[in-house]
Design a protein around this ligand. Sequence first.
Ligand SMILES: [Zn+2]
Length: 188
Amino acid sequence: MIVDLTKTLSEELEVYPGDPEIKIKEWTSLEKDGYYMNFLCFGEHSGTHVDAPAHFIKGGKTIDDLPLEKFFGKAIVIDASDGQGEITIEEVPKTDLEGKIVLFYSRGRELSVELAEFLVNAKIKAVGTDGMSIGNEEVHRTLLSAEIPIFENLTNLEKLSGKNFTFIAFPLKIKNGSGSPVRAIALL
Ligand SMILES: [Zn+2]
């Protein structure tokens, strides 16, 4: 079974404050031109997307440079939807996280810096959230300097709590990109 973890890219989709608005315009139409195509204009961090190290780290890997292994693997969802304030280490179950993709059902809560450091030390492969942002600049720097990709603005994570699944979310191969929209799915 496949669960779609991706928000639909549309002009109505909310963007992070200060990011470019999403523009999707009809370039050609079947009626006028004989074929249908849209022209797209939006920031790399629009909708469900992944952050590459270069987003915050000078000299960090860009999205076209990151190994493809980073974008899929065994994943777990940590349900942090009930708490308040930053998500802390105490909310993470005591299981082996090494090599795992760790997704937070956060309902907008952000990770504490201590939790980001904990996840680096636990040698996770990647991290994700249904929130617009995984955390503040320091949280981003901590994760990205360890080459842990950050998936943001995911959806449907509440359907995966307590389940074993494979997470797959490949980015576009944007030259020197700081990130990219992804089509994120869970394979159960
Ligand atoms: Zn981002």
